[in-house]
Write a protein that binds this ligand. Structure first.
Ligand SMILES: [Zn+2]
Length: 148
């Protein structure tokens, strides 16, 4: 009687363990319904007009939240009485002017050469640029929008 009872107990424990192992395998292979796989962001979603009940990543970010702001500057850029030219190709007009988050100013010529411009600062940029009205998820998109 004692032996038979013990064997039954062991069989029960083994069945329990097998069931537990099966559960672990299920956990490992099947996604839980309450923590779904992250769905990849639809890049097109960021370009639509955005009322502010949308999640933060779809709203127009503030200047602190973006890598930088940019504007097109078509006329020659005169700094301290000198016309700036691109050190690589000599272009002197039709710039894209960037104001980065660290307040540094960069110039990008039509040919895509980028040069830091220590003679300008964020205050200058803010005086000359309009309010930020558009968010571009990538630099390329921003450049396209500005005609470069
Ligand atoms: Zn250039």
């Amino acid at each position: 009687m004692f032996f038979r009872r013990a064997r039954e107990d062991r069989a029960f424990r083994e069945a329990q363990r097998a069931g537990y192992e099966l559960l672990l395998r299920l956990q490992a292979t099947q996604p839980w319904p309450d923590c779904p796989e992250p769905t990849p962001q639809d890049p097109a979603a960021e370009e639509v007009a955005v009322p502010d009940f949308l999640p933060p990543e779809l709203r127009l970010p503030s200047r602190q939240e973006v890598a930088g702001v940019m504007m097109r500057w078509q006329q020659p850029l005169v700094i301290d009485g000198e016309i700036r030219t691109c050190p690589e190709c000599g272009a002197y007009r039709d710039w894209i002017v960037f104001c980065m988050r660290n307040n540094s100013i960069w110039l990008r010529c039509r040919a895509g050469h980028e040069t830091g411009e220590p003679g300008l600062d964020a205050a200058w940029f803010n005086r000359h640029s309009g309010p930020v009205d558009r968010f571009h998820p990538t630099l390329e998109e921003g450049l396209r929008h500005l005609g470069h």
